[in-house]
Ligand binder design. Structure first.
Ligand code: EPZ
Length: 422
């Protein structure tokens, strides 16, 4: 397994291009299953999770052609009839469960393996199942698979979500485009990736209103056509790289960034003494003074502070002046970066879903272990500021969500290299 070695190397200066959103692309790709016509996605990120979704869709009979070195995906599900999403593929990536809604809508049946838990939590699917059942599906859990049938197709329904689940909102949104009648999703997730999916589905002929709010209304149609759709900018990659100059000093411009994608995050950066300015090309970020200030953070569904930026924020607050309290309210086990940061000299106390971070002046490089996607990148960021060398092991986690990370950071002055696994 590859490792990445980072050495503190002084201020970062320059531009970092931000890619298309992993979590938008992973919902957009299954939309091909809803139509006989071709779907082309541009501005796609080059990530291993995208490759995993490609394998899953091909196992269902879709064609996925990768062009422009991975930035363009041409998908077609013409004649795709397999409705069995196998455990061997699904277990690698939870987002595989996003084929459930489209398969049910188009083929009126689906056998989708439960994804199984992952490092950050059990990640059940009860909200998906309850919603699709309200739309007329019979869903039974057998041998680790969800066996779903919708005799005569799905029917529009009012679907209240007990929690604004991103994946459940995406599954229902896609399923409802071909259901008979009107579907209303109440307490829908409001993430930009939901709006991006709705934009793409509208391009395919779907009738959707209210995406981006907590009430989405979908009028079912008989069939969907093809479309070409640009994947929205990745707000989590954006937030991650916005923090880089805070660890090192200097000024970085994140190309493609807009404040609207990260407004709650920017409020916290401002309170921590970090300047963010919107330019025609993106977002320019620099630290006021020589140390960030402590701030408290609570993770919430969009438009609240994103859970996917919690680990990166914690790493930054390890070096802040004062004490910060971070509360993780989305996932039950998302502080695995804390023990690794402690190895680098951080001062963190974790009690259940609350982490108290006492800022220190300096951290020291150390060998550390990546445990999940966002925890991994928080260790890279800490390594940028630490004295000496930090070796982050098991970086396959990183490759799931950050394209060419070491190239992007090296281009603005970081001392970082990938060491192939022994
Ligand atoms: C999406 O996961 C993202 N993944 C996650 O990003 C992100 O952290 C999460 O939304 C929250 O923003 C993709 O978009 C591919 P949820 P998802 O359904 O859809 C519980 C990353 O790092 N829940 O909103 O799985 C669940 O256990 C990844 O890029 C149920 O209890 O998130 C969790 O505690 C990590 N029952 C909470 O809700 C359900 O049926 C949020 O889950 C569904 C979810």
């Amino acid at each position: 397994m590859d490792s990445i070695i980072v050495r503190g190397n002084g201020p970062l200066n320059g531009q970092i291009p931000i890619a298309g959103a992993k979590n938008a692309c992973l919902a957009l790709m299954p939309a091909t299953l809803l139509s006989e016509e071709p779907l082309t996605l541009t501005n796609a990120p080059r990530l291993s999770d995208i490759a995993t979704m490609k394998v899953l869709l091909e196992s269902l009979g879709s064609e996925v052609t990768v062009m422009n070195a991975g930035k363009v995906l041409a998908l077609s599900s013409h004649g795709a009839t397999n409705t069995h999403a196998d455990y061997d593929i699904v277990r690698k990536m939870r987002a595989s469960n996003l084929v459930l809604g489209p398969l049910l809508a188009r083929h009126h049946r689906a056998e989708v393996s439960l994804p199984g838990g992952c490092a950050i939590g059990a990640r059940p699917m009860d909200i998906h199942i309850d919603a699709l059942t309200l739309m007329g599906a019979q869903i039974e859990l057998r041998d680790g698979y969800l066996h779903a049938v919708a005799e005569g197709g799905l029917k529009g329904a009012v679907v209240p979500l007990r929690f604004a689940s991103v994946g459940a909102t995406e599954n229902i949104l896609m399923a409802a485009t071909l259901a008979k009648g009107t579907t209303v999703i109440e307490n829908a997730a409001r993430e930009p990736e939901i709006v991006d999916l709705a934009d793409c589905l509208r391009r395919m002929g779907a009738q959707i209103e209210g995406d981006g709010t907590s009430r989405i209304e979908i009028q079912g149609v008989d069939r969907l056509g093809g479309a070409t759709h640009p994947v929205v900018t990745d707000r989590i990659e954006l937030g991650t790289y916005m923090l880089a100059p805070v660890f090192t000093g200097g000024e970085v411009e994140c190309l493609g960034g807009r404040i609207s994608l990260v407004s709650a995050f920017c409020e916290k950066l401002d309170a921590a003494g970090i300047d963010v300015s919107e330019t025609s090309a993106g977002l320019k970020v620099r630290l006021r003074g020589d140390r960030p200030k402590a701030v408290d953070v609570v993770t919430e569904p969009f438009p609240g502070f994103p859970t996917d930026l919690q680990a990166q924020m914690m790493a930054m607050l390890c070096l802040a002046e004062g004490t910060s309290v971070l509360e993780e309210k989305i996932f039950e086990n998302r502080f695995m970066h804390a023990p690794e940061l402690l190895r680098m000299g951080a001062n963190i106390e974790v009690q259940g879903g609350v982490a108290t971070v006492h800022g220190v002046e300096k951290m020291k490089g150390a060998p550390v272990m990546a445990t999940d996607l966002r925890a991994s990148v928080s260790l890279i960021l800490a390594g940028l500021a630490a004295e000496g060398e930090t070796q982050v092991n098991r970086v396959y986690h990183l490759d799931r969500g950050y394209e060419h990370l070491e190239d992007k950071l090296r281009a603005v002055g970081a001392n970082i290299e990938r060491v192939p696994g022994r």
